[in-house]
Design a binder for this molecule. Structure first.
Ligand code: INI
Length: 177
C-alpha cells in the first residue's frame, strides 16, 4: 500500500487569499487568523497574495483566476454570509459554495472554502475568533495540506514509469519422502 498525505510544513509554498469585504467585521478576523496560520507553518509573507472582492458571491471567479495562474499553490476563499429576513442568504451561500467547488475543478488546483454561513452575527463572530473556532486558521491548515499533497501527486505524474522485468514463476517444490 502507498499512503500519500500532505504535511503541514509550508516552507516555499505560495498562497492566494480571496477575501470578501461584505461583513468586514467578521472577514477581517478570518483574514488575520488565516495569515497567522500560514506564517506559523513557514510561509513567507512575500509568498502570500491577498485579493479583496465585494462579497461572497464574487469569490469563485477571482479564486479560479488565481488558482489557474502559476503564482500560487493553493487559494483560500474567506467570507461571511449571515442569514437575514429574506431568502437572499440562501442564494449567496449556495452560489458561493457551488462556485468555489466548481472553480477548484475548473482550475485543477486546490481552493479552500473558508466561508462562514451562519444564522446570527454572534455565531459568525464566534467562528472567526482565533480563540474559539478559528475558521481562518483552519482554512490555512487545509490549504497547506492540499497544496502539499497535490504537489506530491503532480510531481509523481512527471516521473518516468520504470519498467520492471517480470518476476520468475515460482516452482512448487515436492516434499522429499
Ligand atoms: N455577501 C456576503 O459576503 N455576505 C452576505 O451575508 C451577503 N448578504 O447577506 O447579502 C452578501 N451579499 C453581497 C453579495 O455577495 C454580492 O457581493 C452582491 O450581490 C453583488 O454581486
Amino acid at each position: 500500500m502507498k499512503l500519500r498525505k500532505g504535511h503541514h510544513d509550508a516552507t516555499g509554498l505560495r498562497f492566494g487569499i480571496v477575501v470578501a469585504r461584505f461583513n468586514k467585521f467578521v472577514t477581517s478576523k478570518l483574514l488575520s487568523s488565516c495569515l497567522d496560520g500560514l506564517t506559523k507553518h513557514g510561509v513567507a509573507e512575500h509568498d502570500i497574495e491577498v485579493v479583496r472582492v465585494p462579497g461572497a458571491f464574487e469569490l469563485p471567479l477571482v479564486a479560479k483566476t488565481l488558482a489557474k495562474s502559476a503564482r500560487v499553490d493553493a487559494v483560500i476563499c474567506l467570507g461571511a454570509v449571515i442569514r437575514g429576513d429574506t431568502p437572499h442568504f440562501d442564494y449567496i451561500s449556495a452560489e458561493a459554495s457551488r462556485g468555489i467547488g466548481q472553480a477548484a475543478l475548473d482550475a485543477d488546483g486546490p481552493i479552500i472554502f473558508g466561508v462562514l454561513t451562519t444564522d446570527t452575527v454572534a455565531q459568525a463572530i464566534e467562528r472567526a475568533e482565533p480563540e474559539k473556532y478559528n475558521r481562518g486558521g483552519e482554512a490555512a491548515k487545509s490549504a497547506i495540506e492540499m497544496a502539499s499533497v497535490l504537489k506530491q501527486l503532480k510531481t509523481m505524474e512527471q516521473e518516468p514509469v520504470v519498467e520492471r522485468a517480470p518476476r520468475p514463476k515460482r516452482v512448487a517444490r515436492r516434499r522429499a519422502k
